[in-house]
Design a protein around this ligand. Structure first.
Ligand SMILES: NC(=O)c1ccc[n+]([C@@H]2O[C@H](COP(=O)([O-])OP(=O)(O)OC[C@H]3O[C@@H](n4cnc5c(N)ncnc54)[C@H](O)[C@@H]3O)[C@@H](O)[C@H]2O)c1
Length: 289
C-alpha cells in the first residue's frame, strides 16, 4: 500500500530506458507506458527500439544509442530533453551484454574491454550525464540494472561479475550522494530472467546451454521483474534482489564469504566440461602469443 503523500515516481514518468529493444528493457518501457508515462526507448539497434515503441500503450520515441560511447549518451540526454520539453524524471540504465565461459587468463583484453565498455561504462555514462539533470530538477529516479553476478562472483564470468559489481558500487555511492535530494536510486540484481542475453552475448557454447537451461527452469519473466522493480523504486528501495536463489546467495556471501567462494570453486571443478588449465590457449613465453 502507498501512502497518499508518497510520490509514485514511476507513474506518469518521462522515462529514458537504455537497451529498450529487448528483454528487461522492453518490459520496463511497456510497464512505464502502462503507468501513463512517456518513454524514450534507446538501443544500439534502432530497429529493435522502434519495435518496442510500436508495442507501447502510450507515447514513445525510438533512438539509436550505443551506451559504451560517451557522446552518444550525451546526445541521448539532449534528445530526451527535446522530446519531453524538459529533463526526464526516470532514467533506467539497463543496456547490457552477456559474457562468460572462460577463466581469467583466457578471456583476452578485447573481450574485457567490450564487456566493461557496455556493462560498466554504459552505466557510468548514463549516471554522469543524467544525474545533474535529475539533481537540478530535485525529483525523479535512476534505476541501474546490475545482476546477482555483482555479488555472486561465479567462476568463468569475470568480466560480467566485475562490471555488475561496479554497477552495484556506483549505485550505492549515488544513493548516498543523492539522499535527501528527492532523487531515488535503485539497483536491480536478478539471477535468471527469460531474455535474449545468453544468445546475443559472447558466451561459450557450454555456458550458453547451461544459462538457457537455468533460464527455462528458474527464470522470471521480464514483465514480472519490471513490475517488481518499479514498485520497489516507488518505495525508494535501494536494492531489488527479486528471486529466492539470489537472496540465498546474497545472504550466504555476506555471512560466510570465504566458505561461499571456496564452495563456488569446488562446484565449478565438479561441473563437466569446465575449462581446465590444459584446455587454455597455450602461451609461448618467448613470443607472448
Ligand atoms: N536475462 C538475465 O538473466 C539477466 C540477469 C541479470 C541481469 N541482467 C541484465 O539485464 C539487462 C538487460 O538484459 P536482458 O536480459 O534484457 O538482455 P537482452 O539481450 O534481451 O536485451 C539487451 C538489449 O540491450 C541492447 N544493447 C546491447 N548492447 C548495447 C549497447 N552497447 N548500447 C545500447 N543497447 C545495447 C540489445 O540490443 C538488447 O536490445 C542487462 O544489463 C543484463 O546484464 C539480465
Amino acid at each position: 500500500m502507498f501512502s497518499r503523500s508518497r510520490p509514485r515516481l514511476t507513474h506518469g514518468a518521462d522515462a529514458v530506458v537504455t537497451g529498450a529493444g529487448s528483454g528487461i528493457g522492453r518490459a520496463f518501457a511497456l510497464e512505464i507506458a502502462r503507468r501513463g508515462g512517456r518513454v524514450v526507448c534507446a538501443d544500439i539497434s534502432l530497429e529493435r527500439a522502434e519495435e518496442t515503441v510500436r508495442m507501447l500503450d502510450g507515447p514513445g520515441f525510438a533512438v539509436q544509442c550505443d551506451v559504451a560511447v560517451q557522446s552518444q549518451v550525451e546526445d541521448l540526454a539532449l534528445f530526451a530533453e527535446l522530446e519531453f520539453g524538459g529533463a526526464p524524471t526516470l532514467v533506467i540504465n539497463n543496456a547490457g551484454v552477456g559474457i562468460g565461459g572462460k577463466p581469467v587468463g583466457a578471456i583476452g583484453f578485447e573481450d574485457w574491454n567490450w564487456a566493461l565498455g557496455i556493462n560498466l561504462w554504459g552505466v557510468v555514462h548514463g549516471c554522469e550525464t543524467f544525474v545533474p539533470l535529475l539533481r537540478t530538477a530535485g525529483r525523479g529516479g535512476i534505476i541501474n540494472v546490475a545482476s546477482a553476478a555483482g555479488f555472486a562472483a561465479a567462476p568463468t564470468m569475470g568480466p560480467y561479475n566485475v562490471g555488475k559489481a561496479g554497477v552495484m558500487s556506483l549505485s550505492e555511492t549515488l544513493a548516498a550522494e543523492l539522499s535527501g535530494s528527492g532523487v531515488h536510486v535503485t539497483v536491480l540484481c536478478p539471477t535468471f530472467v527469460k531474455t535474449n542475453v545468453a544468445v546475443d552475448g559472447r558466451i561459450t557454447e557450454r555456458s550458453t546451454e547451461l544459462a538457457q537451461k537455468l533460464m527455462r527452469w528458474t527464470g522470471f519473466s521480464p514483465e514480472r521483474i519490471a513490475v517488481t522493480t518499479l514498485n520497489a523504486h516507488d518505495r525508494n528501495r535501494l536494492y531489488v534482489v527479486p528471486q529466492l536463489d539470489a537472496k540465498a546467495v546474497w545472504l550466504t556471501k555476506r555471512l560466510l564469504p570465504t566458505l561461499y567462494t571456496r564452495g563456488a570453486g569446488l562446484l565449478d571443478r565438479l561441473l563437466p566440461g569446465e575449462p581446465t588449465p590444459q584446455s587454455l590457449p597455450a602461451v609461448s613465453a618467448s613470443t607472448g602469443v
